[in-house]
Design a protein around this ligand. Structure first.
Ligand code: ADP
Ligand code: ZN
Length: 200
């Protein structure tokens, strides 16, 4: 029988571009859960060099203790039956195995809160985030402020050597100076559009 747990959990996805406050919102929800006497554990991927190990850090200066892991399976070494709330930051960097693990956690009654970029710098859906958005009970799509015009920004601009990155640029360009900015659709610059019929 598929359904065994008397009380299932809940999946919340927090998505948006860089600087939209995803980590800030995750930290806020985890802190509120702790105030509510919930047992909280959170995870972040080791590959994200922006975030110092063992904490989720927001660009607003706040942080929350986290277990830094390389693969989603490692979460199961740390999650116990007493944990009620599980936070996962920067989930776009994890492999697709994350989805089944999250579904099992929800089935076992956990509240899982996941953040991630829903689109990459090309404005292409990023990793497992679109799938998690579809499965989630709630989806919060945040906006940042466009650094060029001040409007709401739903996209992330990649800049390589002071120029907008090209669609086919390698993800890691050795020796290149790269940075990311929040931009609205009008100010976002990319030289190509994805061909959806080929990727679906
Ligand atoms: P994310 O996890 O989505 O990258 P963070 O929680 O790390 O976002 O950072 C959000 C914070 O970043 C904001 O509260 C604000 O202080 C700061 N910030 C810097 N640049 C911007 C921007 N262009 N738009 C909005 N917030 C920005
Ligand atoms: Zn703009």
């Amino acid at each position: 029988m598929y359904s065994s747990s008397p009380k299932k959990g809940f999946l919340e996805v927090i998505c948006g571009p860089m600087f939209s406050g995803k980590s800030e919102e995750l930290i806020r929800r985890l802190r509120r859960a702790q105030i509510g006497q919930q047992s909280v554990i959170s995870f972040n991927p080791g590959i994200d060099t922006r975030t110092p190990s063992h904490k989720i850090a927001s660009h607003n200066g706040t942080s929350f203790q986290a277990v830094t892991i390389q693969s989603p399976e490692q979460m199961m070494n740390f999650i116990t039956t007493t944990h009620n709330v599980i936070g996962i930051d920067e989930a776009q960097f994890f492999s697709a195995d994350l989805v089944n693990i999250i579904c099992d956690l929800i089935d076992s009654g956990k509240r899982v809160i996941v953040t991630g970029l829903n689109l990459d710098f090309k404005a292409v859906p990023f990793g497992t985030i679109p799938l998690l958005m579809a499965i989630a009970d709630t989806v919060t799509k945040l906006s940042a402020i466009c650094v060029l015009c001040g409007n709401d920004a739903y996209l992330t601009q990649r800049i390589v050597n002071n120029e907008p990155a090209k669609f086919d640029d390698p993800i890691i360009k050795p020796g290149a100076q790269e940075s990311y900015q929040a931009r609205c659709r009008s100010c976002h610059v990319i030289d190509k559009k994805p061909l959806w019929q080929k990727t679906l």
